[in-house]
Ligand binder design. Structure first.
Ligand SMILES: *Cc1c(COP(=O)(O)O)cnc(C)c1O
Length: 436
């Protein structure tokens, strides 16, 4: 962001900021839920409009030729300090910048970048980091498209990978890190909790091991983590040793199942190459989506808190039901290594969990078909409750042996709880279980 004096001297920023953001009052640091209503936007720059307009434009006007030159000197590195102001909508725009300022607030990240989808964020991150011959070390399982991207697409360009199970012990993780040998490790990529196992990765242990295993390397590989399932409310991995956090904003952040978008958070240094790659290939989200996400972020804490409370009530009901074999819900962890990771990394159990019914596909399908409030759809993190059968749907092409190892059985129903009335949801699940 350009400060006002400099902007006036250079005459370059089309978005001057007469009023600075208010981030604390009387020494009290304001909470994200407060900052979401106005942070990063000054109404006086937009005719006093309380809400930011949607800036539908592909390009931005320079005040004079010298300002145009100064801008391009900045983005090409001829002048230190980088770009100032806005120039072309493939690079950035006011709505996306406001969104990025607000996204960063949740995890106290120095910077954030907005993308057109979770997968375009992840793909842009990978493209910015890896060279042929490099290795990516990752936890497993990952979101299916992320696994495809690493193994099949980056594999075509000579990028290798090594993986460890999400719930691996520090000893197992260290062993996998050492297997990289002389190959340059470009990135350590995590996803926690893993889908659909809900297994948690010990991010603190991964960070410690990275520092010791790669101590003699000139550059230690950065740690990136997909925080879609618990972030930004219940898990803040930048505080536990991760360098970069990735989001599918399609899920809890968007929260209304009406948009697709992605985000990347971290230090300016970590994000600079990712921003440069995004500028080149154009994976930024559009202004309308950025505007919708700003609206969503205003209620993020309300929505996630309510969904989390609902999930706790629904899971308590399902836990001892005679037709239920097991409920894979983070709130039920206790007294083991996973619980220890949970206590250190998470402040809530989320609202997405695995329900194992007694029986197989027949019982799972009967249950899904009998639900009346919960909708039968993939995805998660929306205001409405969704249910699906991973073995027959999202994970149908996973080989049988791997399905078994991951606990993706035919009796598994994946559920994302929304913000409906909890007792209505319990009535829906109760009736659907009776129909099994
Ligand atoms: C949905 C999802 C993605 C992909 O995000 P899109 O917005 O669909 O591209 C990546 N990671 C996780 C954990 C997800 O749930």
């Amino acid at each position: 962001m350009t400060d006002e004096t400099e902007a006036d001297m250079t005459g370059i920023s089309p978005r001057r900021r007469p009023k600075p953001n208010i981030e604390e009052i009387g020494g009290r640091k304001l909470k994200p839920s407060t900052l979401m209503m106005g942070h990063g936007f000054d109404p006086s720059l937009s005719e006093g409009s309380l809400k930011q307009p949607i800036f539908a434009t592909s390009t931005f006007v320079f005040p004079n030729a010298a300002a145009g030159k100064r801008h391009f000197e900045g983005i090409t590195g001829k002048r230190p300090g980088g770009a100032e102001g806005l120039v072309y909508s493939r690079f950035n725009g006011p709505n996306q910048e406001i969104l990025e300022d607000r996204l960063g607030v949740w995890e106290e990240a120095e910077e954030a970048l907005a993308f057109s989808s979770g997968m375009s964020a992840i793909a842009t991150l990978f493209l910015a980091m890896v060279n042929p011959g490099d290795t990516i070390i990752h936890s497993g399982p990952l979101y299916a498209a992320t696994e495809t991207l690493i193994a099949r697409i980056l594999g075509k360009f000579g990028v290798k990978f090594l993986d460890f199970p999400a719930d691996a012990s520090p000893e197992e993780i260290e062993k996998v890190m050492r297997q990289a040998g002389d190959s340059r490790v470009a990135l350590i990529y995590l996803e926690s909790p893993a889908n659909p196992t809900n297994a948690l990765v010990d991010v603190e242990a991964v960070a410690k091991l990275r520092d010791s295993v790669f101590a003699d390397k000139e550059e230690k590989p950065p740690i990136a983590i997909d925080n879609t399932f618990l972030g930004p409310l219940w898990q803040k991995p930048l505080h536990h040793g991760a360098d970069i956090v990735v989001y599918s904003l399609t899920k809890y952040a968007g929260g209304h199942s009406d948009l697709v978008a992605g985000g990347v958070l971290g230090t300016r240094k970590a994000l600079d190459p990712i921003r440069a790659m995004r500028n080149t290939i154009g994976t930024i989200c559009d202004p309308n989506t950025a505007w919708m996400l700003c609206r969503s972020l205003e209620t993020l804490e309300l929505r996630m808190s309510r969904a989390g409370e609902n999930a706790a009530k629904v899971c308590a009901f399902l836990k001892d039901h005679p037709k239920v074999e097991k409920v894979g819900y983070l709130g039920f962890l206790k007294d083991d290594a996973q619980y220890d990771i949970y206590k250190r990394h998470c402040t809530g159990a989320g609202s997405t969990f695995s329900l194992y019914l007694k029986g197989g596909e027949k019982e799972a399908f009967a249950f899904l078909d009998a639900l009346k409030i919960a909708k039968l759809a993939v995805s998660l993190g929306g205001t409405e409750t969704l249910a699906s059968a991973p073995a027959a749907m999202t994970h149908i092409s996973v080989p049988d042996a791997r399905k078994k190892a991951l606990g993706i059985t035919d009796n598994l129903v994946r559920i994302s709880i929304g913000v409906e009335d909890a007792d209505d949801l319990i009535a829906d699940f109760d009736a659907a279980l009776k129909a099994v």
